[in-house]
Design a protein around this ligand. Structure first.
Ligand SMILES: Cc1cc2nc3c(=O)[nH]c(=O)nc-3n(C[C@H](O)[C@H](O)[C@H](O)COP(=O)(O)OP(=O)(O)OC[C@H]3O[C@@H](n4cnc5c(N)ncnc54)[C@H](O)[C@@H]3O)c2cc1C
Length: 262
């Protein structure tokens, strides 16, 4: 979908964003046919793209370690190269991704956590995989971790000290994170580089509630049904996590029934 509708890339669109092999790019061949071969299918909201803020910054993919920041915001902090936090780690995916792409602009940012934190949000096998491949950086002190990761050591040390004091008092004086479950204090310490990549194409073929694909005049195209990520307008500008599969199941079932009944 992305490559169908965003060629050429619009000016100002962050470079490299389209490289990530994510989202429903596999749908594009079929969708392009529907539009370009004069079937006249209408599309909607094709400019809305959801980013996953914590992808592998060097490959643009959501590998297994990339799921760590998604599940660890109450146990970890996110910092930039200056060692400073830049957002509440419980901010939405859109807020996190937007801040990185449009304010920080330079990748990567890092998820920072300690030894006692990770069993709460990931598996040993994922940690081993990440450490072996160099995806996750590990060190016995925060200074060493910062040096290995290319983060300002003084900034990181100061940030962690302040964050730990917020955990103690229960009040995040900088970003108002409402839930902080872990002081970053037990070595070894870990840094996981992260950066936004394309995750979900919000736009696509325009359908009605019966999953019939509409033409540019809003009329149903006879015998043509669509469901799932190739359709648009179901989730609005930013999809809530986990609701794409229900979309696929509910409307996919409906589309199948309608098609079979013809
Ligand atoms: C990393 C990642 C994590 C996600 N996590 C979640 C989650 O936790 N919860 C959630 O709800 N959603 C999640 N999503 C979104 C969700 O997985 C997708 O929206 C959903 O799988 C889309 O399903 P689909 O059947 O519409 O499209 P797809 O799964 O893309 O299926 C389309 C199929 O059509 C095939 N195809 C394409 N062109 C042709 C052609 N010309 N001829 C024949 N076949 C063709 C493709 O090969 C593919 O098999 C995630 C997405 C990603 C990328």
């Amino acid at each position: 979908m992305l490559r169908v509708f965003l060629r050429p890339e619009p000016t100002g669109f962050p470079k490299g964003l389209i490289a990530g092999p994510l989202g429903s790019h596999q749908n594009l061949i079929g969708t392009r046919k529907l539009i370009s071969e004069d079937i006249g299918a209408a599309t909607t909201q094709v400019s809305h793209i959801q980013l996953y803020p914590f992808a592998n910054p060097y490959k643009g993919i959501v590998d297994r370690p990339a799921l760590i920041p998604f599940t660890n915001p109450t146990y970890a902090i996110y910092v930039w190269k200056d060692g400073r936090r830049f957002i509440s780690e419980l901010a939405t995916r859109k807020e996190c991704a937007d801040y990185m792409m449009f304010t920080l602009k330079e990748k990567p940012t890092f998820s920072i956590f300690d030894e006692k934190a990770w069993p709460n949000f990931t598996k040993e096998a994922v940690m081993e995989e990440g450490l072996k491949g160099g995806r996750i950086i590990k060190a016995d002190t925060l200074e060493e971790l910062a040096a290995k990761a290319g983060i300002d050591p003084a900034g990181l040390k100061d940030t962690v000290e302040r964050y730990n004091s917020y955990v103690e008092t229960g009040t995040d004086l900088e970003y108002g994170k409402p839930k902080m479950l872990n002081k970053i204090e037990k070595p070894p310490f870990y840094a996981l580089p992260q950066w936004p990549s394309v995750h979900h194409t919000m736009g696509g073929l325009q359908v009605n509630v019966n999953t019939q694909v509409l033409d540019n005049k809003g009329n149903a195209i006879p015998g043509l049904y669509a469901a799932g990520e190739c359709t648009g307008g179901i989730h609005g500008a930013c999809r809530l996590g986990s609701v794409a599969i229900p979309d696929c199941i509910v409307f996919g079932r409906r589309a199948g029934k309608n098609a079979a009944a013809r």
